[in-house]
Design a protein around this ligand. Sequence first.
Ligand code: SF4
Length: 361
Amino acid sequence: MIEDRAAFQAELLDWFAASRRPLPWRKNYEPYHVWIAEVILQQTQMERGVERFQRFIAQFPDVRALAEASEDEVLKAWEGLGYYRRAHNLRRAARALLEEHGGRLPDDPDALKALPGVGPYTAAAILCQAFNRPRPVIDANVERVLARLTDLDQPVKTPAARRSIEGWAEELMVPDQARDWSQALMELGALVCRKRPDCAVCPVARHCESLRLGIVQERPVPGDRPVIQHVEVVSGVLASEGRVLIQKRLPDDVWGGLWEFPGGCPENGESLEQAIAREFMEELELAVTATAKLAEIRHGYTRFRVTLHCFALALTAPARPVLHAATEWRWASLDEAARLAFPAGHKKLLDQLQREGLFER
Ligand code: SF4
């Protein structure tokens, strides 16, 4: 572990004071801003995260505005950020804050963790950044920095490594400067001790065990790589009088509450055209046939790589949809559809249909 802890802390805090980025939620550490920023940044790169944070705060400037927004409004504001459960939880948590805490974030760990979507990490980040409480905040940057500084010889996600990192983070905390300290560690990981570290400009290089041993490139020790899974999906566009049929997904699925062009995964031995016809029958009780291939869209999320095969459809027998896999359906013009939130692949399809002027009257 770091021998001269006081010098290490002072040098890192000095560097942070001189090098910190002027991030919008750092202006006054308003708890609502800290919370929204934390949730957006969980899966989003900083540059894009700042832009999306500013848009989100402009649309929902405080807890009340978020609590009173409709599900469609919040999902649309979240479109493209992925992991839509976070958007649902933000809205639910805002409602709870309004009802139980007068629209303010509480500075109590248990009350924070009782909010939908607020786990130990987010609670610690809010307590430390918004309320200056000495709670270690351990994100991927901090894991990497501490693994290198201490020459941790196992992958950071193993239980033993996690315990070590938590112990060091506690030990290194500067209680009377908790906010700056936790952000200084994260900032070091974001700006200097990155995947490819710039040790030549590192403000704490003299305390770094991996650098001393000449094995920085071997730290952190890599963990198991996630297995990438390739998935084929079909999706159909049924149009009538300049409008397309869309449906709203069931609340309990991964894209719950988002809109989509109906479809699903082909089953064993099925052609893509057979698959889309079966999906429309199963999900909507509509008999359709594929008349043209519109697009083949590739996109990825988590460990999945998806190829979305999109077809134009025609009804083979007139009927009204009967829903089996959605809460709502409607005929929508492409402009109307564009005001709703769609999963990434379907959004790309919608953008393409708008660009090409397809299905417009
Ligand atoms: Fe990271 Fe290099 Fe600094 Fe060590 S010396 S903390 S590896 S940037």
